[in-house]
Write a protein that binds this ligand. Structure first.
Ligand SMILES: Cc1ncc(COP(=O)(O)O)c(C=O)c1O
Length: 387
């Protein structure tokens, strides 16, 4: 039997992970800034997460949310101080795309409207609903017709926000566009977006599957912008490595959802709840958002120092530990060179090397990663000249 490779094969067999490192089958150690596309933000096999999952496995692993179990209460208690402003309710799913599907359905039900607005270069997932609000035609077009009507506006363009009208159910936005190249929204844009959605009665969905749970230096990235969205989707980091996602919602929206409106067999299973409980504890006890802020600043400074003389460097950007190095060229060669230097990173957009580091990354790790990036970029420049 063959496993279908929907993501490019990196040619490595990984057998172990611990903190910010992974080891391959030959015992070679790598600094992991790929982190399963941002999932292992709390490090591989975070002790607290392993402890909670192990304990939960000894009790009960699977249970429909029709039944209650003590870990649910514990999770709600631990998550409460971290919840997005005014969002006292949550529904659990298993992947980011599912949380987005639920957000879109909820917006339609609550507003009675159909139109969804998204932004150019957005990425929200690859199931039918989330794919319809994902910008990349290469992902979208072979599967059309998808959900409609959907309109794409230019990210960070305030003028175009007037297209959000009283037919609009919701606007979905990434506070920092991740997949398309680590592109932060600017503050005036987010403020104007909040104002316009409020004016016409459209819901504002912050898709924080990649930015959420401390990665950008705040628990939620919208908190950088002095606004509060109506709905928030989270995934990746929130389970400390376990597959789980969430839709957060305020009372006035939650009250309008009825039994049967949505569902998921695995959503809210006891293991996922144990993972979220542990991850929430770690986030608070280790001041993870603050560490991500401080370390992100340091990492960008080191990268600037080591890379700023390179002629292909366009920009080093991001917030906290969500960092993009825009190099004008496709990053494939650079990523391969870095991997050979024992640093795993990933691509974003067409020309960006992306680092999604775990919060326990050290200054030494940052220096090694920056040296590897330098080598990779120089090799890219040389190959582009000679070929
Ligand atoms: C902002 C955003 N939304 C949604 C998704 C989809 O998440 P998943 O791959 O877990 O379905 C991603 C994945 O990268 C993402 O970055």
């Amino acid at each position: 039997m063959k496993f279908i490779q929907l993501y490019g094969d990196r040619g490595l067999t990984i057998v172990k992970g611990e903190g910010q490192y992974v080891w391959d089958i030959n015992g070679r150690k790598y600094l992991d800034l790929h982190t399963g596309i941002g999932v292992a933000f709390l490090g591989h096999r975070n002790k607290r997460v392993v402890e909670y999952l192990t304990r939960q496995m000894e009790n009960i692993m699977t249970l429909s949310t029709s039944f209650s179990t003590p870990i649910k209460e514990e999770m709600l208690k631990e998550l409460d101080p971290l919840k997005p402003d005014k969002m006292d309710n949550l529904i659990l799913f298993n992947s980011g795309t599912e949380a987005v599907e639920a957000a879109l359905k909820t917006a339609r039900k609550v507003t009675g409207r159909k139109k969804i607005i998204a932004f150019k270069n957005s990425f929200h997932g690859r199931t039918a609903g989330s794919l319809s609000v994902t910008w990349n035609k290469r992902y979208r077009e072979p599967f059309e017709p998808l959900m409609s009507p959907v309109e794409f506006l230019t990210y960070n363009n305030i003028d175009e926000l007037k297209n959000i009208d009283d037919q609009t159910a919701a606007v979905i936005v990434e506070p920092i566009q991740g997949e398309s190249g680590v592109i932060p929204a600017n503050e005036e844009f987010m403020k104007a977006l909040r104002e316009q959605t409020q004016k016409v009665g459209a819901l504002l969905i912050a898709d924080e599957v990649q930015t959420g749970f401390g990665r950008t230096g705040k628990v939620w990235a919208y908190q950088h912008y002095g606004i509060v969205p109506d709905l928030l989707t989270a995934g990746k980091a929130i389970g400390g490595g376990f597959p789980v996602s969430a839709l957060f919602l305020p009372d006035w929206i939650a009250e309008k959802l009825e039994e049967g409106d949505h569902g998921s067999t695995y959503g809210g299973n006891p293991l996922a709840m144990a993972a979220v409980t542990a991850a929430s504890k770690v986030l608070k006890e280790d001041n993870v958002p603050e560490q991500a802020h401080i370390k992100g600043e340091l990492f960008r400074k080191i990268l600037q120092e080591k890379l700023s003389d390179l002629k292909s460097l366009r920009e080093i950007r991001g917030k906290g530990l969500m960092i993009g190095i825009d190099i004008r060229f496709p990053p494939a060669i650079a990523l391969k060179v870095m991997q050979d230097e024992s640093v795993l990173a990933l691509k974003a957009g067409t020309t960006v090397i992306r680092f999604l580091a775990p919060y326990m990354i050290t200054q030494k790790d940052m220096e090694e990663a920056s040296d590897a990036a330098r080598k990779g970029i120089i090799e890219t420049e040389n190959k582009r000249v000679t070929h």
